[in-house]
Design a protein around this ligand. Structure first.
Ligand code: SF4
Ligand code: SF4
Length: 55
């Protein structure tokens, strides 16, 4: 199971620096590569918009 980023993403960039596996890529809405996500939850805790949830 991986985490995913919802449309609530404000593209603030906080999560991308927090991910230990480099699974997050930037964009209008940031994305998580499910194959690279280690399911650690760090990004979800760091997101100020509450935009990251378990898929
Ligand atoms: S921390 Fe949240 S709002 Fe900011 S880029 Fe990541 S998913 Fe989007
Ligand atoms: S849950 Fe962990 S490994 Fe997966 S995208 Fe978030 S910070 Fe990266």
């Amino acid at each position: 199971m991986a985490y995913k980023i919802t449309e609530n993403c404000a593209a603030c960039g906080t999560c991308i620096d927090e991910c230990p596996t480099g699974a997050i890529s930037a964009g209008d809405i940031y994305k998580i590569d499910p194959n690279a996500c280690a399911d650690c939850g760090t990004c979800a805790d760091a997101c100020p918009m509450g935009a990251i949830e378990q898929a």
